[in-house]
Write a protein that binds this ligand. Sequence first.
Ligand SMILES: [Zn+2]
Length: 247
Amino acid sequence: MLVDTHCHLDSSVYNKERDALIKSFSGIIINCGTKLETSRTSIDLAKKYENIFATCGLHPHYASKIETNFYDELEELLDDEKVVAVGECGLDFYRNLSPRETQEDSFRRLIKVANKKGLPLIIHSRDAMDETLKIVEEENLKKGVFHSFSGTIRDIKKIIELGFYISITGVVTFENSRLSDIISYIPKDRIMFETDSPYLAPEPYRGKRNIPQYVEYVVLKYADICKITKDEAEEINYKNAKEFFGI
Ligand SMILES: [Zn+2]
């Protein structure tokens, strides 16, 4: 069973064909919220389609733009039976669309929420790996995945040591991708695959709009790198996604 463990199908780029796109994919989709509005639309999608599950969170880009009742509302949304994780959330020191301190404060707060609700956390970390690792350790995060991983072997070791998962996008299919040299260092019981649609379309669709079906290209690349069959790679992702999200 194919699983796209992270995407944003509520994005307006799919408005004309969202329904057809979802119906043509027989796998499982985890649709991730980035603020209250998209957390709600993620839940709407999950309620409409059996094979979609939702996450609710706050992307670091929006950390400084939250509603006054944000955390109360979020906690309420997280109680929905189709919500399987908190996130995405984390630190983005590449674009710094919110001040660093605000990003760190909201990240810490969301870790507390995830631990309290007994839900795993989807972590976005860009140009901020050391700070992200410091915070998850200090806040004693129970269960988390570093999504769209783009770090080093040292980062992999640290993430695994702390007990977390690592999720890989279609970037691994790009020519000269550093990722393809290092993903075999991720233990097979800690890796997951995602598309991050509509972003990061894999080869041969690089630069175009991404869709959940293309998670297949990540599966194929991983199978090729680890010298296992496509079915085995697909099963690794399915098993880990089931365990991680409790689906
Ligand atoms: Zn995302």
